[in-house]
Design a protein around this ligand. Structure first.
Ligand code: PAF
Length: 283
């Protein structure tokens, strides 16, 4: 696996592959890789001839500077893991390569009707930071397709909308959430959980399964189901930000009669904020 740090060197490699009529898949990450990320690389490998993974901790998407400085930088271990799954290139731009003029005097991308709900409400500026860095990475890498995890479902839809709105020639592929044995969605944040919290965090997925079966039974309204789920999490000493039943295509509030649903949750357990979601397609 090659490690590339400059945009020019990356483009030269991509150009050489293109001249051989090869296809290229891209997996953007912030590093500190776990099995969930590697499952995205596996998916990318199945879909294209070559796979490029970026590792870049993007300052623009952190609303809290303490979170940014505490974010684990583990590039040597990341490289080992990417080598073990036959990744072709790891792209590791520095902050200076990504934002040569700094971050205050920089063009920002805002995706309307996606950044002002759910996690967008709790994390001001976060989704603008994500959209801006992802569009820059797409321009730097110029891949045929990019793979994103469904765990960050709002992020996935935001990127799909941005690509559609801006006519980007890239396919966005959502890949199913990779889970721990106890059902907890894999996340770099799970390492901050104590042993007790790790066990308890499994309740988040169980709650989503309960909500899904309540929706399928159809006896309660969406808001009754949401309120019960919030209360059950609070009983378990989570601090829930939201449990919401949304339309899966655009994340608008679901209404009676909507069939393609996504249930999304964000909750704090101790000092760790966890998110998860589940699809629910009613017949
Ligand atoms: O999901 C992430 O790890 C990040 O938000 C992403 C897409 C790599 C952008 O920095």
């Amino acid at each position: 696996m090659q490690r590339i740090e400059s945009t020019a060197a990356l483009r030269a490699q991509v150009k050489a592959w293109r001249q051989q009529n090869k296809t290229i898949a891209f997996v953007p990450t912030m590093g500190n890789l776990h099995r969930g990320h590697l499952s995205l690389v596996d998916r990318a490998k199945a879909l294209a001839d070559y796979v490029i993974v970026s590792v870049f901790v993007n300052p623009l998407q952190f609303d809290d500077p303490t979170d940014l400085s505490a974010y684990p930088r583990t590039i040597e271990q990341d490289i080992q893991k990417l080598t073990s799954v036959d990744c072709d290139v790891v792209f590791t731009p520095t902050v200076n390569v990504m934002y040569p003029n700094g971050m205050t005097n920089h063009t920002n991308v805002t995706v309307p009707n996606m950044d002002d709900k759910l996690c967008g409400l709790n994390r001001p500026g976060h989704f603008d930071g994500v959209a801006t860095v992802v569009i820059k990475l797409f321009n730097m890498v110029q891949a045929d397709l990019a793979v994103f995890g469904e765990k960050d479902y709002q992020q996935l839809l935001l990127i799909k909308k941005m690509v559609h709105d801006l006519n980007f020639p890239i396919d966005i592929i959502g890949s199913p959430t990779y889970r721990e044995r106890n059902g907890l969605a894999m996340s770099s944040r799970n390492q901050h959980l104590s042993d007790d919290e790790y066990d308890k965090a499994a309740e988040l997925h169980k709650m989503l399964l309960t909500v899904k079966s309540q929706l399928e039974q159809g006896n309660l309204s969406f808001s009754e189901i949401e309120q019960q789920a919030m209360a059950s999490l609070a009983d378990l000493k989570f601090i829930p930000d939201y449990v919401d039943v949304r339309r899966s295509g655009d994340l608008e509030k679901a209404e009676k009669g909507d069939k393609q649903l996504r249930v999304l949750v964000a909750a704090r357990l101790g000092s760790t904020r966890l998110i998860d979601n589940i699809a629910c397609n009613l017949a």
